[in-house]
Design a protein around this ligand. Sequence first.
Ligand code: PGA
Length: 257
Amino acid sequence: MRAIMVAGNWKMNGLNADAEHLTQAIIDAGLVPASPEVVLFPPFTLLTTVQQVAKGGSLRWGGQNLFWEAHGAYTGEISGAMLRDTGCRYVLVGHSERRQIFQESDEIVLRKVKAALHSGLVPMVCIGETEQEYLEGRTQEVLRRQVEAILPALGSAGQQANLILAYEPVWAIGTGKTASPAQAQEVHAFVRSLIAAKSPDIARKILILYGGSVKASNAKALFAEPDIDGGLVGGASLQAAEFIQICQAAHAVIRGL
Ligand code: PGA
C-alpha cells in the first residue's frame, strides 16, 4: 500500500504573517501526525517561518525550486544545501510554470533532480501536457518524454522511490477545470507503466500525485483512484479551511471511508 500525500504549492503568494497563520491552522486541525503526509511549499522567504511553526511535528515543507550548482556566483539562485538548512525535506522541480515562463527544459529538470538528490532532498517532479498538446492527442507522447528525461536519476529496485511525481495537466492549473477522476487515473496508470519499464519495483512504490484545480469538492474522488496517491494543490492551499478539507478527504480515503 502506498501512502497518500497532500502538498500545498503557495507559488509567489504570502508574507510572513500569512505563513505563520496558515501553518499554525493546519497543525491545529490535528491532521498531522496521522497520515496523509502533508507538505507545504512556501516561497523561499517564508521557509524559516514555516520551519519555526512546524518544527518537531510531522508537517513537512520544501522549496519551490533550486539551482543545480552547490554554491558560487549565481546571483538570485538557491542551492539544495540552503533548502536543507531551513529544514526542507522536499523540493519541487519542473513545475509547468518554470518550464513555460522560465524555459526550463527536460535537461535542466534532470540536472535539478540530480542536484536535489545529491543534497538529500526528495524532488517532486512535475509533468503534464499543455492544452494544445492535450487537444492534439499528444498527452502520452509528452509525458513519455518528460518521464524518460528523469529516469537516469531514478533509484534502483529494492530501494524506496527516491523521487515523487506530480501529474499536472497544464490546462487544469489555476483554471478550475479538473481532469475527471477516471481521466486522471488513466494518465497516472500510463505514467506508472513508464516507470515500470525501468523498474516494476519502483513503479509499485513511487507516489504519483495529481495537480490542477484540486479542491475540497473533488479531492476525495481523485484520491480514491488506485494510481492517484494524493494531490499537489495550488490556489486551494492558500485558504486554511479549504486545504484542511482536502487533507481530511485524503484521510478519509486512507481509512476507507
Ligand atoms: P492549482 O495549481 O491547484 O491552483 O490549479 C496547482 C499547481 O500548479 O501546483
